[in-house]
Design a protein around this ligand. Structure first.
Ligand SMILES: [Fe+2]
Length: 456
């Protein structure tokens, strides 16, 4: 650029890599799809620009503390109250809500599943969703549900909002487009998408003919970034890597559109003659977002031992009890293992939290066999688990050198609630009924006359 005759150079407003998005987590954003649509200096003018309606969407009570208070102002063609008329209950039988106590019929045990194939007629994001486990109680806004999804069909004139909780979506196969009231999020495997409670959206296939992944439906307080404590001001998930879309709307007046809401575990639908994605401008801090898990900056043991997995927390949904999450989203990203004189995989353990795991790509170091992308495992509250026999003997007897764990993104939804398996999950033909056997080859090596064990 020739700046010879200029005294300054002004930056373009954003870095090029995030075109169409605004960086930051929990920022107070503002965006308008048409210039001048956003009122300046006030939320609710007597007459909004372009004759739009002003509407507030609150994610927290009005009186929530400032640091957790979330709300946004939307400027739209019609108020949301016109999007719902003649609501009728419909059935989406595979999307379950907590509590689902005791319906699995399975004995207590660690559980693991192979990936379920994506059927050719899997359907939309809504009809292709299957609940795996639940905890807490949807009626008290406490707890969660974990689902898988398989998508072979876009939601063209169908829209959804979830009054019961926010959705954290973890794609594993196929690219998806999330067209929300707040704008358009395109997401691929390796990225995650957060859709707050109450936000209308539809999900479209985006260049692939099928898609599959995992979902955490969080009934409790919203996912937020964990505290870093002595780690300091950087690393783990950095706020700048979260991307919120700029405003986008569609105008489909005269088209029959179906709006579906999930409310206290039940589904209701109504037909309207326009798209509810009619928000021309918005501002606020209650927003959808996406995050590329490959941007996660892990921190770990650089001399000895295996640290608690909480060091890999991407997002946490707190409960009222400090340090006790309603549910956490944790990843196991590519990283170096360098600990000396240490058993490097996770140790054997029992825990008050319960752990649902999935694999987005590659392999997971504590379970090198039998846990593949699209699979899942459940290690429930106060039930023992740890490395399988192959992992134990491999890690105990190998020569320790710096080692790169590459080509891997595993994740965990970890919750304070005992996980109640659904009947659907219990009856999946992909359930590995012999999974608990992976620990049986572990031998008793104890010999009171042999303080140093060398693998005999
Ligand atoms: Fe565990």
């Amino acid at each position: 650029m020739n700046v010879q005759n200029q005294t300054f150079v002004v930056a373009k407003s954003r870095a090029k890599y995030n075109d169409g998005y605004m960086p930051g987590f929990g920022n107070d954003f503002e965006t308008e799809a048409i210039e001048g649509a956003l009122p300046i200096g006030q939320n609710s003018p007597q007459r909004c620009p372009y004759g739009l309606y002003a509407e507030q969407l609150s994610g927290t009570p009005f009186t929530a503390p400032r640091k957790s208070n979330e709300r946004s102002w939307l400027y739209r063609m019609r108020p949301t109250v016109q999007h719902i008329s003649d609501m009728r209950e419909i059935d989406l039988p595979y999307w379950r809500a907590a509590p689902t106590i005791g319906e699995s019929g399975l004995p207590l045990a660690p559980m693991r599943w192979d990936p379920a194939p994506i059927p050719d007629d899997a359907g939309t994001f809504l009809t292709g969703l299957r609940t795996i486990s639940t905890g807490g109680d949807v009626f008290t806004q406490v707890g969660y549900a974990i689902h898988t999804y398989a998508v072979t069909q876009s939601m063209e004139d169908e829209y959804f909002w979830n009054a019961d909780g926010e959705l954290l979506i973890v794609p594993e196969v196929g690219r998806l487009r999330f067209f929300t009231e707040f704008g358009i999020i395109d997401a691929a495997p390796g990225e995650i998408v957060g859709i707050p409670r109450g936000m209308k959206f539809k999900v479209l296939l985006n260049g692939d003919d099928k898609a599959r992944g995992y979902i955490c439906e969080n009934y409790g307080g919203a996912f937020t970034l964990p505290e870093r404590g002595p780690i300091g001001a950087n690393c783990m998930a950095n706020p700048r890597d979260f991307l919120t879309p700029v405003a986008a709307f569609e105008q489909k007046d005269g088209t029959t559109c179906r709006v579906i809401v999930k409310w206290c575990g039940k589904f209701h639908a109504s037909e309207i003659d326009h798209s509810p994605l009619d928000v021309v401008a918005w501002h606020g801090n209650y927003t959808p977002y996406k995050y590329n898990l490959r941007h996660y900056s892990p921190v770990g043991p650089i001399r000895n031992d295996h640290a608690d997995p909480s060091i890999f927390t991407v997002l946490t949904a707190p409960s009222a009890e400090p340090g006790t999450a309603n549910i956490d989203f944790v990843i196991f990203p590519p990283r170096w293992l360098v600990a000396e004189d240490s058993f490097r995989p996770p140790w054997y353990h029992m825990n008050i939290m319960s752990e649902f795991m999935g694999l987005i790509e590659g392999v997971y170091d504590a379970k090198p066999e039998g846990f593949v992308p699209g699979g899942m495992s459940l290690h429930n509250m106060m039930l023992p688990h740890g490395p399988d026999a192959d992992a134990f003997y491999g890690a105990s007897l190998k020569e320790l050198k710096p080692e790169k764990l590459d080509n891997t993104i595993a994740f965990m939804f970890e919750t304070r609630f005992p996980q109640q398996l659904t009947k659907y999950a219990a009856e999946l033909p992909t359930l590995q009924v012999k999974y608990p056997d992976v620990w049986q080859p572990l031998r008793n090596h104890f010999d009171p006359n042999r303080p140093v064990w060398n693998g005999e």
